[in-house]
Design a protein around this ligand. Structure first.
Ligand code: AQP
Length: 343
């Protein structure tokens, strides 16, 4: 049967890129998948520490990130929602996979290079690189394979890692027999939402030092308005949809289109009656605000002291179910390798 797994780093409140590229898809799968599909969504805190974190801040982010997952509509009665570090099997399988994973393949991954702002052709030994930042795709492979996921909904930036995950599964199966499942990638239509300050070449990102480059899914109307107002556009008169020559305008229009989710309206039609940049920005602000207002309200309620214990219970129950799911796989893995007594 089907198993869907995905994760998000608890490194701040998710932005519209995370939401449109991944999180909204998670909620939709909850609505469209039949009851026998297992859904697992993880707050991948072990990934968060590949860069320096302040422990108090990380604890706060873990709590807030769980609240955002519930605020967007994930239902703990349907989906297994858990903190990755509560399920030690993820780390155990990572070690096992790293005994067969290829360093050559890992060094072709582009994400550690972009986190260190290195050129694409940089090699691990040329850089001040921590082992964890280099090898975290192996942990990501373990996250997915430990639950025998068949499908993984992610944004386009993760496609390369999914390819690597499949190679980890084949590498293991080649040595030890057919134990691990090769997962398929599910890309949402909003593959890559761009930064509001560098729309031509940077994706919207949590770690961008310019907080105005991203809209958080809990931002107030005023914050949305302020950020959209300062979004970089161009000096061409009027509004046209032209992603190559007008990336700033195109990014705002596609954000609006993804949020409206009306397949019958093309971006060209959307901009047809909008005369000026300021009119476009007003319209975009309205659309974003209308969409995230209920999320923001549920988030604020979940963050109140009254709901603290509820969130702790959700995390505990999620961890328990995720441990059971992971153990089903780990029994087979340990058995295939020769650990434990023969069954
Ligand atoms: N700009 C984006 N457009 C579409 N999808 C995106 N995702 C991230 N940015 C965009 C998708 O969101 C999911 C969770 O992301 P994550 O927090 O685990 O990792 P990330 O890609 O590292 O997110 P950020 O915001 O860019 O964080 P930093 O700045 O730390 O790198 C993933 O499915 C991702 O594809």
């Amino acid at each position: 049967s089907k198993v869907i797994f995905s994760g998000i780093q608890p490194t701040g409140i998710p932005h519209l890129g995370n939401y449109l590229g991944a999180l909204r898809q998670w909620v939709k799968l909850q609505e469209t998948e039949s009851d026998d599909t297992r859904l697992l969504y993880s707050l991948v805190d072990l990934h968060a520490i590949t860069v320096k974190q302040d422990p108090r801040q990380l604890r706060q982010w873990r709590h807030e990130s769980l609240a955002t997952l519930l605020a967007i509509g994930l239902d703990p009665a349907r989906s297994i929602i858990f903190h990755q570090s509560d399920v030690p099997a993820h780390s155990e399988l990572m070690w096992i996979l790293s005994c067969t994973a290829s360093v050559g393949h890992l060094s072709r991954m582009t994400q550690w290079k972009s986190k260190l702002a290195l050129p694409e052709n940089a090699k691990p030994l040329d850089s001040p690189l921590q082992l964890g930042l280099f090898s975290y795709p192996v942990l990501q492979a373990a996250d997915i394979l430990v639950h025998q996921a068949t499908h993984v909904p992610v944004g386009e930036d993760q496609s390369q890692h999914l390819e690597f995950t499949r190679s980890c599964a084949t590498g293991f199966n080649h040595l030890y027999g057919d134990v691990l499942t090769e997962p398929e990638t599910i890309l949402s239509p909003a593959k890559r939402v761009m930064s509001l300050s560098k729309p031509a070449d940077k994706k919207m990102s949590k770690s961008d030092t310019n907080y105005k480059s991203r809209i958080l899914i809990t931002d107030s109307r005023e914050e949305i308005q302020r950020k959209v107002k300062t979004a970089v556009t161009d000096s061409i008169d009027g509004i046209t949809f032209d992603p190559i020559n007008r990336p700033g305008i195109a990014n705002l229009v596609t954000i609006m289109q993804y949020l409206l989710e009306d397949e019958l309206i093309t971006p060209e039609e959307l901009v047809k009656d909008i005369p000026t940049k300021s009119a476009l920005k007003d319209r975009v602000t309205d659309v974003i605000d209308a969409h995230i207002e209920p999320i923001r309200e549920r988030f604020n309620k979940l963050m109140s002291p009254d709901d603290r214990d509820y969130l702790i219970d959700v995390a505990e129950e999620g961890a328990e179910m995720a441990i059971t799911s992971a153990e089903e796989t780990m029994k087979k893995v340990r058995d295939a390798i020769g650990f434990g007594s023969a069954s």
